[in-house]
Design a protein around this ligand. Structure first.
Ligand code: PEP
Length: 249
C-alpha cells in the first residue's frame, strides 16, 4: 500500500511571518488524515517553519537546491544547509525551474543524487508542454525525463523518491488533465520504472499528479488507480484549502 502524499508548493509566495501563520493554522489538523502532508516553502522561511512544525506530523520541503555541498555558486543553497535545518523533502526539476532557470535532465539527475546522499527525499517533477502533447510526443518526453533524471539511481534509493507528473499546460492555468489522462501517464511512468527496476520497486514508488489541483477535484484525482497524491501550487496557499486537500477522503 502506498501512503497518499499531498505536498503544497508555495513557489515565491509568503514572507516568514505569513508562512508561520499558515503552518500554525494547519499543523495540528493534518494528523487526523491518512495522508503524508508536506509544505514546500521558500528558503527564507524554512528555519522558522521548521521550529513551528516540531512535534507535528506536517513535513517540510524546500523547492530547489544545488547539488554541491558548498562553493562559489552565488545565490545557491546546498544540501548540507537544508539538512541542518531538518528539511524532509526537496522539489527537484519543477517545470518553472526547467523553463526559467535552465535546468536540464542532467542537472536534475545531479540534484537527485545529491539530495539522496544527504537524506533529503526528492520530489522529482516531469511533464510535457502543450505542444509536445498535441504532437503526440508526451510519453516519449516524459519517459526521457524519467530515464535521464534517474540515471545511476539504485533500486534501494527509489524508496526515498517521489515522482510528480505535472503537465506544463495544466500548471497554474486552471486546466487539469482529465483524471484518465493523468492516470494513464502515471501508469506509464510506473511501467517505465518497472522496466528499469522491476515490479517490486515500481509498486512502491509514489507518483503524484500536479496541475491545478484544488479541493473540488482532489477526490476524483485521488480515486484513480495509479495516482498516489498531488503536488499543489495555488490551492496550497490558503489554510482551509490545504486542509481540504489533505482530508480529501
Ligand atoms: C505546481 O506548482 O507544482 C502546480 C501544480 O501549481 P498549480 O497547482 O497552481 O497548478
Amino acid at each position: 500500500m502506498r501512503k497518499p502524499i499531498i505536498a503544497g508548493n508555495w513557489k515565491m509566495h509568503k514572507t516568514i511571518s505569513e508562512a508561520v501563520e499558515l503552518v500554525n493554522e494547519v499543523k495540528n489538523k493534518v494528523k487526523d488524515s491518512n495522508v503524508e502532508a508536506i509544505v514546500c516553502v521558500p528558503f527564507t522561511a524554512l528555519s522558522e517553519v521548521k521550529k513551528e512544525l516540531e512535534g507535528t506530523e506536517l513535513k517540510l520541503g524546500a523547492q530547489n537546491m544545488h547539488w554541491e555541498e558548498n562553493g562559489a555558486f552565488t545565490g545557491e543553497v546546498s544540501p548540507i544547509m537544508l539538512t541542518e535545518i531538518g528539511v524532509d523533502y526537496v522539489i527537484i526539476g519543477h517545470s518553472e525551474r526547467r523553463q526559467y532557470f535552465g535546468e536540464t535532465d542532467e542537472t536534475v539527475n545531479k540534484k537527485i543524487r545529491s539530495a539522496l546522499k544527504y537524506n533529503i527525499s526528492p520530489i522529482v517533477c516531469v511533464g510535457e508542454t502543450l505542444e509536445q502533447r498535441e504532437s503526440g510526443k508526451e510519453k516519449d518526453i516524459v519517459k526521457e525525463q524519467v530515464i535521464n533524471g534517474l540515471e545511476e539511481i539504485s533500486s534501494s534509493d527509489m524508496e526515498n523518491i517521489v515522482i510528480a507528473y505535472e503537465p506544463i499546460w495544466a500548471i497554474g492555468t486552471g486546466k487539469t488533465a482529465s483524471d484518465e489522462e493523468a492516470n494513464e501517464m502515471i501508469a506509464f511512468i510506473r511501467n517505465t520504472l518497472k522496466e528499469k527496476y522491476g515490479q517490486e520497486v515500481s509498486d512502491k514508488v509514489r507518483i503524484q499528479y500536479g496541475g491545478s489541483v484544488k479541493p473540488s477535484n482532489i477526490k476524483d484525482i485521488m480515486s484513480q488507480s495509479d495516482i498516489d497524491g498531488a503536488l499543489v501550487g495555488g490551492a496550497s496557499l490558503k489554510s482551509e484549502d490545504f486542509l481540504k486537500l489533505v482530508k480529501f477522503q
